[in-house]
Write a protein that binds this ligand. Structure first.
Ligand SMILES: Cc1cc2nc3c(=O)[nH]c(=O)nc-3n(C[C@H](O)[C@H](O)[C@H](O)COP(=O)(O)OP(=O)(O)OC[C@H]3O[C@@H](n4cnc5c(N)ncnc54)[C@H](O)[C@@H]3O)c2cc1C
Ligand SMILES: NC(=O)c1ccc[n+]([C@@H]2O[C@H](COP(=O)([O-])OP(=O)(O)OC[C@H]3O[C@@H](n4cnc5c(N)ncnc54)[C@H](O)[C@@H]3O)[C@@H](O)[C@H]2O)c1
Length: 477
């Protein structure tokens, strides 16, 4: 058994872990990066990148399927499933290759392969070969798909996102359990590529929207495009010749059954903590056994253990994993001089069509007495209509007390771009009148956002709490 002594031990060579080690290096600390799985990160191997590659193919198919709407007739087109998956895999491998090369360029003595677990607050066992004694530890172990109990009978056969990106060809059909971001992104893309997809969810949730008007719009729009069995749980699941039979009872109490070639779980992800023996780490844990950390420092209690990325449970998306890695890595290196960082405005985007975005806090977490709401429908918005993408609803929330834009829930075309503008405006603390002074070209999707901002300005005026002074319209203005 070897023993290694370092200032900072980082568990997990994903996005958060790689950023943590950069900060440890910058701070002049000695460090070691421990990884139990393949290098390459979840984002590049089985997450952001391959899912967007699949969506890009689906968009191409959708554009061809709808070309006739523009007077362009495309005859006898088809989807070559093998070619689709070949591109997904080869481009994915290219992205993964860059990350693997960069990770393998880290000097070998700073990399350990094997599963890490705590044997004490400052002591880790890696595999059966190395003991690491560290002044501080960064836990950056990511998350993994969860398979719900109703799939227990076929648990070993249930696919998760990782498996889809290994396919050599597209299947005929698949049942997807879960209508969150992963289910909708992958399921809608496969539907557009001609795979018969049906979604199952015992709950009524679609994505992460919380504003009832946006939720209703999303249900209406996705309800037309996708085969959704919401609030309908599977009553039976079994392996049969040619696939898996799912039995379910619909909202009207009627029983159904269908055989699918595959079954996939997209019912949420769980932080990777089981292997860590966290009870030996001496850190505060919640009722699920997950580390409790301060989102501004990522410190667990007052210990020298920090968490970063999906495992922290704060914001399980890529740019936040990078930020958390940096915060945790810097604080671990300079412990006990732990610095609090102001987090960026929260921004979540789902690459469905229409796209979904949540900027700032979700509507449900805002105090209804403190906000005014402005909205725009994209069902007839000029540029959206030009592009044949006229569908959606955007709602903006402004604070009555200071006229600032504070949050938005957005369902519509190209909101991946417009949501960035709003996130940047919110982070800069811009007021609604200040936003109305910004240039907007014609004809663009941003004109829809300007309409929503104008509506919000009107609502704030009606609320009577934003006087002319607050709106930048003081005497002489
Ligand atoms: C299908 C899908 C699509 C996504 N799309 C997007 C997107 O479009 N945009 C976006 O912002 N986010 C997206 N995400 C989320 C994003 O991928 C994650 O938030 C991000 O990759 C998390 O990074 P991480 O560093 O926390 O974890 P990871 O990259 O998973 O790294 C954790 C590492 O820790 C290792 N590990 C675990 N336990 C141990 C142990 N005990 N010892 C040693 N090593 C260990 C693991 O092997 C792993 O390599 C998507 C996720 C999925 C699944
Ligand atoms: N574009 C992006 O940024 C992107 C894309 C994919 C994933 N992600 C990240 O990955 C995280 C995980 O995504 P996800 O879609 O797995 O989780 P999620 O939490 O978004 O969705 C889980 C879904 O499963 C449903 N569900 C719960 N129990 C179920 C059951 N027993 N049977 C069937 N359905 C059930 C929920 O109602 C919900 O619809 C996201 O929150 C996001 O942070 C981000």
């Amino acid at each position: 058994m070897k023993t290694k002594r370092v200032d900072v031990a980082i568990i997990g060579a994903g996005t958060a872990g790689l950023n943590a080690r950069r900060e440890a290096e910058k701070a002049g600390a000695s460090w070691v990066l421990i990884e139990s799985g393949p290098y390459g990160t979840t984002c590049a191997r089985v997450g952001c990148m391959p899912s967007k590659l699949l969506i890009a193919a689906a968009e191409a198919a959708h554009n061809v399927a709808h070309a006739r709407e523009f007077g362009v007739n495309v005859e006898n087109w088809n989807v070559d499933g093998r070619a689709v998956m070949e591109r997904v895999r080869s481009e994915r491998d290219r992205f993964v290759g860059f990350v693997v090369d960069s990770t393998e360029s880290i000097p070998e003595e700073k990399r350990l392969r094997g599963e890490a677990r705590f044997v004490g607050p400052k002591s880790l066992q890696v595999g059966d070969h190395t003991r690491v004694e560290a002044k501080s530890v960064v836990i950056a172990t990511g998350s993994r798909p969860w398979i719900p109990p109703q799939l227990d009978a076929i648990r070993d056969d249930v696919l998760v996102n990782d498996d889809v990106f290994e396919w050599e060809d597209l299947p005929e059909s698949m049942a997807i359990f879960g209508t969150g971001i992963i289910g909708l992104e992958i399921g809608q893309a496969l539907t557009r590529l001609g795979v018969q997809i049906e979604f199952f969810n015992p709950f009524d949730e679609l994505g992460r929207f919380s504003d009832p008007k946006i939720v209703a719009k999303a249900h209406k729009v996705f309800g037309k495009q996708l085969t959704l069995h919401l609030k309908s749980d599977a009553t039976g699941v079994e392996k049969v010749d040619g696939g898996y039979r799912i039995q379910w009872t619909d909202l009207n109490g009627e029983d159904h059954e269908r055989v699918f070639q595959h079954v996939m779980s997209a019912a949420g992800r769980r932080p990777n903590v089981e292997a860590l023996d966290l009870e030996k780490a001496g850190i505060p844990l919640d009722h699920r056994g997950l580390p409790i950390s301060d989102p501004r420092t990522l410190q667990c209690g007052d210990t020298s253990i920090f968490v970063a990325g999906d495992v922290s449970g704060h914001r399980p998306i890529l740019h936040e994993a990078s930020d958390e890695g940096r915060i945790a890595g810097a604080n671990a290196a300079q412990f006990p001089d732990v610095q609090a960082t102001v987090r960026k405005t929260s921004l979540e985007i789902a690459f469905t069509e229409p796209q979904m975005a949540i900027v700032g806090e979700r509507y449900i977490d805002l105090d209804p007495d403190e906000i005014a709401i402005g909205e725009v429908s994209y069902d007839n918005q000029g540029r959206a209509r030009v592009m044949g993408a006229n569908c959606g609803l955007v709602r903006l929330y402004g604070r009555k007390s200071n006229c600032r834009l504070i949050a938005a829930e957005m369902f519509g075309p190209r909101v991946e771009h417009t949501s960035h503008l709003l996130a940047w405006a919110i982070q800069e603390g811009l007021t609604v009148p200040e936003l109305l002074e910004k240039p907007v070209y014609h004809p663009v999707f941003e004109e829809g956002i300007r309409t929503a901002i104008r509506n919000l300005a009107k609502e704030l005026r009606v609320s009577g709490q934003c006087g002319p002074q607050d709106r930048g319209e003081g005497p002489g203005a």
